[in-house]
Ligand binder design. Structure first.
Ligand code: HEM
Length: 339
């Protein structure tokens, strides 16, 4: 960002690469150079896969959608998923051949070790388990794509809103300067002392939820919710967007106001803040995502002020309607170095 020397640039690739590298270090035990063409192709494929889920909106969750295999977008989506799965399989095989059970490097190694224990247990006690080679591929795949697109999109929205609301940006920078100062970088330990940036991150997620219609779930038995009976095996989708914009929960829900998450000078999280889903299968990456957003934004705003390019008069807040929501139009930003 510094290298652009104040000239406009799109931050998308930088955010996707840096956020993806965090999850890559957790699952693959390594990071990739931003100039690595194989890595960039993979990120573009993940991005395209998410875009393609938007083609049918919520209809993609219906059983009927699985019969529409002749549609070109469906076939392209299958190709994208196949390419990402191939990458994950290659990584797993490379790990299998270099595994040191006494020195696990990452999630794949831990899974391989769990698989070995499972094999032993099965022989001794005939225990059946979900730990197996097929589930390993899907688990790593889900964490890889789930940990890349959502958080990177959150940062893209963050910069857009910070350009539109410079007073919020200034207030965050004042908080950073007060708590951290100019002689070191912000770190996670500073989080409890920085309620305003935390509140801003929550407000960004509320006003523009990146995953407003989370994953489809099945009811495992007949049930009743608020007088509605829902039979076993019904597909259920929680509409998180309706919670985020509900006037009975939030005052003026369309107004961007981080102050709504501050009470008596402290950040507080209301029960109605359902950005990471609801129930037992709530997002498993929530803790990591919150850390990533705090560390990224606090460090960026420690170093830079984001400004609209001079020729941009109006910023667009239109979003893609896919499994995750990204800015519909690619935008550019400028960074001004802080002293
Ligand atoms: C701002 C960032 C993120 C948002 C807004 C977000 C949101 C969500 C939501 C709404 C769900 C569906 C939960 C439900 O069905 O109730 C979900 C599931 C999931 N997320 Fe995230 N997520 C984020 C970051 C991450 C990260 C960093 C990871 C990886 C570590 C991750 C991995 C997953 C996985 C694997 C699932 C599927 C869980 C399951 O099926 O049980 N997410 N996420």
């Amino acid at each position: 960002m510094r290298d652009h020397k104040g000239a406009p640039f799109s931050p998308t690739l930088l955010f996707t690469s840096s956020i993806s590298n965090i999850i890559c270090s957790v699952i693959f035990g390594k990071t990739f150079e931003y100039s690595d063409s194989k890595f960039q192709k993979l990120l573009a494929t993940i991005n395209r896969a998410f875009e393609l889920t938007g083609a049918g909106g919520p209809l993609v969750f219906l059983p009927l959608a699985q019969k529409l295999t002749c549609l070109p977008s469906y076939r392209e989506l299958q190709r994208c998923i196949g390419d990402i799965l191939d990458f994950v399989r290659e990584e797993i095989e490379a790990h299998r051949s270099t595994l040191d059970v006494d020195d696990p490097r990452d999630l794949i190694d831990h899974y391989l070790i769990a698989e070995q224990h499972r094999n032993l247990d099965e022989k001794q006690n005939d225990i059946s388990s979900h730990i197996n080679a097929d589930n390993m591929v899907i688990t790593i795949f889900e964490i890889f794509i789930g940990g890349t697109e959502t958080t990177a999109n959150s940062l893209r929205w963050a910069v857009l809103y910070l350009m539109e609301y410079p007073e919020v940006q200034t207030k965050i920078q004042q908080e950073i300067d007060r708590v951290v100062g100019r002689n070191r970088f912000p770190r996670l330990a500073d989080r409890p002392n920085m309620p305003f940036i935390e509140a801003t991150i929550m407000e960004l997620q509320r006003i523009m939820p990146v995953s407003p219609l989370p994953l489809a779930r099945y009811t495992s038995s007949d049930t009743e919710i608020q007088g509605y009976s829902i039979p076993k095996d019904t597909i259920v989708l929680a509409n998180l967007m309706s919670v985020c914009k509900d006037e009975s929960l939030w005052e003026k829900p369309d107004v961007f106001d981080p102050g709504r998450f501050i009470k008596d000078g402290k950040m507080f999280q209301p029960d109605d803040f359902l950005i990471f889903g609801a129930g037992r299968r709530v997002c498993l990456g929530e803790g990591l995502a919150r850390m990533e957003l705090f560390i990224s934004l606090s460090n960026l705003l420690h170093q830079f002020t984001f400004k609209k390019p001079e020729e941009t008069t109006i910023l667009s807040f239109k979003a893609t309607e896919a499994l995750t929501r990204a800015p519909l139009f690619e935008y550019e930003t400028r960074v001004i170095l802080r002293d």
